[in-house]
Design a protein around this ligand. Structure first.
Ligand code: GLC
Length: 652
């Protein structure tokens, strides 16, 4: 059961698609403190808090403070309060009871879940205007399903997007891309896509292609398509200001860009230097920008990733001017502790400055809003622009789309990747912990940069990360320019990588089937153990194992030099220790704690009682897998216990 409670005069976000009338009663569970713009709840000892989508820290969010404020921050350390997303749905659960709440407010909202006071959960607002949806249910899974039922169905990508994708910021030309594919083919490592980062463009201009680096792009797309490889270009939020550039000129003529208070277009800077931001919140601008994807669709492209859409701002023209002015005062001075830090802060504070988010406006649903009031809707609506356009431009064929920034509602138009993580073991664990929370908020097609984006990956980290990544719908190895190259074929243990990737392809019928069932039935793919075994107190403390779909539980190794790990089994399960899809040993494991060996190249998969896991013979491309000829690994059932979902993988 879901009830809606309105505080103040909230801004419509289009995240909820079902019309629900608001109640006239008080908000339940939380105490409202109007003057402080706060809602406050006394938590019980046993209460856990789950959800909030893509954030830092563990599966149980209790014990820290999180702020919904989509941020371009590449340092996902545990002291951060905001990452790229604003996904304000959570469930409080303890002692066999609880509730869910969706806080629909597009501005900044802070969730203090036992940070200020261990037992108090306080939600505070910059503007005390919000629609609160309170969800009741018999179990956490039921609450999630109820909630998902009001926000609309999750985005479904083409099936090939379940194949592996190689990416790197700095594939400079078509020859480099060709070599990536050749190397994968030579090593017999399956691959379905190569991502094109900003360097494919002409001077970082959206919807252009560098003639110099990709001289015959259409032919090149075809050459790759003939090999079964999809090229997936990046699209950035900022449009370069440059005379003669059609997107810029059309945007100016159509009045599609975000404006400052004086009515002139905001000038910010990102990769191309000075840019304007399309006003994605505006329907006309959204339609215009969406149509631009046609330029690439017409060249044979069938997948995209939308980036820098928090939006990321290196600086605004106005702020930069102010900083230069102020810096002059420091020239020739003897700088002491305060003045030195202040001066340093002037330059350091240029990027993603809060003040800049108050310098521009949106024309949204017939009204003008200052950006910070609707900040968290920006990336959502950029991806919505694309998603809505794809429905018109590609009515029969699904298009791959995922975004960096997001808000609930965007899950209908695309997936997400978890942004600029690092090649750290702690970020492998973070990846594991983020997946269920993303699923709770409707984001099913998601994953993180396998191997880590920033910093230098080591072979063992990459391998352990791949061993988890093969279960995430979006499986992409991506890294930053200047870091150690981390394509799987660059390391000595190529066979290990090959077998892990081939195991992924063996699992695709299962993963795709579980994905489609979750999308159709508003369910999750990744669940924490306590969602599946709510009666088991110990299950609530397991932060590093997940159930993936109905049949399996996984326990990834995420520590360096580990030759195994402790695993908690809430019931008897059948362990399959995979070295490759057809080389694995099997052992029945009893309920309880175990130390389980897992050599560097071994993947631990536990089959749940009464469940079956279909396995295909891997192929080098997703669409070459023989989906009719599957082998089933079963535990206390036969293969009929599993209902396989199948379709053509491409039509809408
Ligand atoms: C951002 C993206 C990253 C990309 C880079 C260059 O940092 O998050 O994935 O590689 O921009 O486009």
């Amino acid at each position: 059961m879901i009830k809606k409670y309105r505080i103040g005069n909230p801004i419509e976000t289009d995240s909820v698609v079902i019309q629900i009338d608001s109640e006239n009663e008080k908000v339940p569970y939380f105490q409202m403190m109007e003057e402080k713009k706060e809602l406050s709840l006394q938590m019980e000892k046993k209460d856990s808090v789950f959800g909030l989508g893509e954030t830092v820290r563990g599966i149980n969010k209790r014990g820290y403070i999180y702020t919904s404020n989509c941020s371009d921050d590449p340092n996902h350390t545990e002291d951060k309060r905001s990452l790229y997303a604003a996904q304000n749905f959570f469930v409080v659960w303890g002692q066999g009871r609880g509730f869910g709440m969706y806080v629909d407010a597009p501005g900044r909202v802070t969730f203090d879940i036992g940070y200020t006071d261990l037992d108090t959960f306080t939600i505070s607002f910059d503007d005390f205007d919000a629609d609160l949806y309170v969800v009741e249910g018999e179990s956490i899974k039921e609450i999630v399903k109820e909630f998902r039922g009001i926000i609309g169905k999750s985005y479904v990508p083409p099936r090939w997007a379940f194949g592996f994708g190689q990416s790197r910021w700095s594939y400079m030309n078509e020859q480099e891309v060709r070599e990536v594919v050749e190397n994968y083919e030579e090593q017999n490592i399956p691959i379905d896509s190569v991502y094109l980062d900003i360097d494919y463009m002409e001077r970082y201009k959206d919807f252009t292609i560098s003639d110099e680096r990709f001289p015959n792009f259409k032919d090149f797309v075809k050459e790759m398509a003939d090999k079964g490889i999809h090229l997936v270009p990046i699209i950035d939020a900022g449009v370069k200001i440059e005379d003669g550039y059609d997107v810029y000129e059309e945007g100016v003529q159509g009045d599609y860009f975000c404006k400052k208070e004086d009515g002139t277009n905001l000038v910010a800077a990102v990769w191309p230097g000075k840019v304007h931001f399309p006003d994605f919140l505006n329907e006309d601008a959204r339609r215009w920008f969406g149509e631009k994807y046609k330029v690439l669709l017409d060249l044979g492209i069938d997948g995209f990733w939308n980036d820098m859409n928090e939006p990321a701002i290196f600086y605004t023209e106005d702020h930069l001017k102010e900083v230069f002015q102020e810096l002059k005062e420091y020239e020739g001075k003897n700088l002491d502790i305060r003045s030195f830090f202040h001066m340093q802060g002037l330059v350091g504070g240029l990027a993603n400055n809060e003040e800049d988010y108050r310098r521009f406006y949106h024309d949204y649903k017939g009204k003008r809003y200052r950006h910070d009031k609707v900040h968290n809707l920006f990336g959502y609506n950029m991806t919505r622009a694309a998603g809505e356009a794809f429905e018109r431009l590609s009515p029969d064929k699904r298009i791959l789309m995922f975004s960096r920034s997001s808000y609930i509602g965007m899950h209908r138009y695309g997936g997400v990747w978890c942004g600029d993580n690092k090649s750290w073991w702690s970020h492998l664990l973070l990846n594991i912990q983020q997946m269920p929370a993303l699923n709770m908020c409707g984001f099913l097609y998601s994953g993180a940069d396998v191997g880590g984006f920033g910093a230098d990956a080591t072979e063992d980290l990459l391998m352990r990360w791949a061993e988890f990544g093969i279960f995430t719908p979006l499986l992409r190895n991506h890294s930053a320019e200047g870091t150690r190259r981390q394509e799987f074929y660059r390391f000595a243990k190529t066979d290990g990588f090959k077998n892990i990737l081939r195991l992924r392809y063996a699992l695709i019928p299962y993963l795709y089937s579980e994905f489609m069932k979750a999308a159709k039935n508003d369910e999750m793919i990744f669940t924490p153990l306590c969602f599946e075994y709510p009666e088991d107190d110990l299950a609530y403390e397991v932060e590093d194992q997940l159930c993936v779909g109905e049949s399996i539980m996984i326990a990834p190794v995420y520590k360096q030099n580990a030759t195994g790990r402790y695993v908690y089994l809430p019931e008897q399960m059948k362990l399959c220790r995979f070295r490759s899809y057809d080389d694995y040993d099997v052992e029945i494991m009893e309920k309880g704690h175990h130390y389980i060996k897992a050599a560097m190249n071994e993947v631990l998969v536990f089959i749940r009682k009464g469940h079956a896991l279909p396995l295909a013979t891997p192929a080098d491309r997703t669409e070459k897998i023989d989906y009719t000829n599957l082998k089933y690994e079963c535990f206390q059932c036969d293969q009929d216990a599993y209902q396989l979902y199948m379709d053509d993988g491409i039509s809408r």
